[in-house]
Ligand binder design. Sequence first.
Ligand code: SF4
Length: 361
Amino acid sequence: MSFFTNQLKVWFSQSHRPLPWKGEKDAYLIWLSEIILQQTRVEQGLPYFERFRERFPTVHDLANAPEDTIMKTWEGLGYYSRARNLHAAAKYIVHTLKGKFPSTYEGIRALKGVGPYTAAAIASFAYELPYAVVDGNVFRVLSRFWGIQTPIDSTEGKKQFANLADRALQASSLAPSQHNQAMMDFGAIHCKPKAPLCSHCPLNGQCAAFQNKKVDQLPVKSKKIKKKNRYFHYLVVNAGPQVMLRKRTEKDIWRNLYEFPVLEWPEAKASEQEIRRSAPWEACIGDRPARIEQISPPQQQTLTHQKIQAVFWEIHLEDEPPSISELAPYILADRKNLSNFAFPKIIDWYLGDNSLYLKLV
Ligand code: SF4
């Protein structure tokens, strides 16, 4: 640990990343800058910080300002709940805490809109309290130097990195504010996400990622669930006042819900010929004369593991439908009774736009 903290200290003493709030000890201004920088790049946040500092130089100015003025000053920065939280917290500080900004980690953390990262940043920068910040830069530096493969967005990873960051802060001879700043600056301008400056890095002698040629593989993020694409072609077979349905009974999505006869196909496009040759067509229509009257554009429904695209083919059967026994497991349902059936959402949407009814008037 001492190699890491000593080298970081040397690097920090030689590197400068000028930011207007650096060295700032006014907790109010530090808080302002940290809230503005949540989910925002430094370059984008800078002019907003300057504007807020100018218009609301103290927490009293912020608390007493009309919400409209605050929202106007925030305009364009996005995530507007941050501005509302800022205002609510300023009022709380002024009215409940008698204008005194909280000076403990717990007190800071209790402010609306302040999470563990922001609380650690304010506590260390304003009061030199020993709380390690763990932002994206810190995750990257720690995971690379120690070669940690635990996903940074997992519960286990968050704990592991927070623990390591705390140990690094405790081992450092820098003050908490300086050490935290050094960690964040090192990640932002040296151990960058892309093209980190490994060849002249003071840590490369003991950096696990560099030594094992794994720099571009760290940090690890849990893989997003890859959604499977499925394409359903629904045959909306209209026979007089009735339409054909079936119940989904197989071990699959939407079990026990009703749907139109369906052809599952490798893509959203299918030709009329392919539809006419399909198994559901064969079962529901066979050789009877039938007209394809309309084809819907693909409708989409996203499930946890699947993305469903459905195309609805409106078909008019020009002859008597098969008998009930011939048709099974398909059934004939009166269109006016369709609201009695439980359908997947994608079919409800389709029915909801009345296209089924419009077509048959
Ligand atoms: S050697 Fe490269 S990966 Fe390792 S800490 Fe330095 S810049 Fe980061």
